[in-house]
Design a protein around this ligand. Structure first.
Ligand code: FAD
Length: 137
């Protein structure tokens, strides 16, 4: 199996070749989401969208219903880059990639690297910085 999947790696970017349903080429029972498929930029945000899509698709397949809705990959790149705690730059998910200064990167990311939102996505309890401080002292 591993060597079969190795044949599905796109030599251009070392990522798995998938179809428009996020299934590995020629394997309808293997899905690829996140950084591993060659569909979209490597972004946690896109990985979440892909995971939601695959969950709904598996449900449809399990219920033996017809499915025709292909995954809609985002056409635009987006990125929040922090530079230390007080600076950064953001490119928004829009046509033309609207770029703004450090306000958004600082607000969304610099303080704690989106730990709280990531933890809550995985249903982990979010600790306040006071709790973390107490645990570490
Ligand atoms: C510095 C940096 C900043 C980023 N900033 C953003 C951002 O602002 N916004 C955004 O949307 N995305 C951002 N990303 C991208 C985002 O982190 C990735 O797209 C996302 O984490 C991909 O999720 P994944 O589950 O595919 O892979 P990962 O999160 O890399 O998870 C893969 C997991 O598999 C484990 N693993 C690997 N090999 C094996 C093995 N053989 N056996 C068992 N386990 C294994 C790894 O340890 C890891 O835990 C950033 C990435 C980096 C590096």
């Amino acid at each position: 199996m591993a060597s079969d999947l190795a044949n599905k790696i796109d030599p251009q970017n070392d990522r798995l070749k998938i179809n428009n349903y996020l299934q590995v080429e020629e394997y309808t029972n293997i899905f690829a989401v996140g950084d591993i498929p060659n569909k979209e930029d490597k972004m946690a945000y896109f990985a979440g969208n892909q995971a939601e899509y695959v969950i709904s698709l598996i449900r449809i397949i399990e219920e033996k219903k017809l499915h025709s809705k292909q995954y809609q990959a985002s056409q635009y790149p987006s990125m929040l880059v922090t530079v230390g705690r007080k600076s950064g730059v953001s490119q928004l998910l829009t046509e033309g990639g609207f770029i703004i200064g450090d306000a958004l990167a600082k607000f969304l990311k610099s303080k704690e690297f989106m730990k709280a939102s990531t933890r809550s996505m995985s249903n982990y309890k979010t600790q306040s910085s006071d709790e973390v401080h107490q645990r570490n002292t």
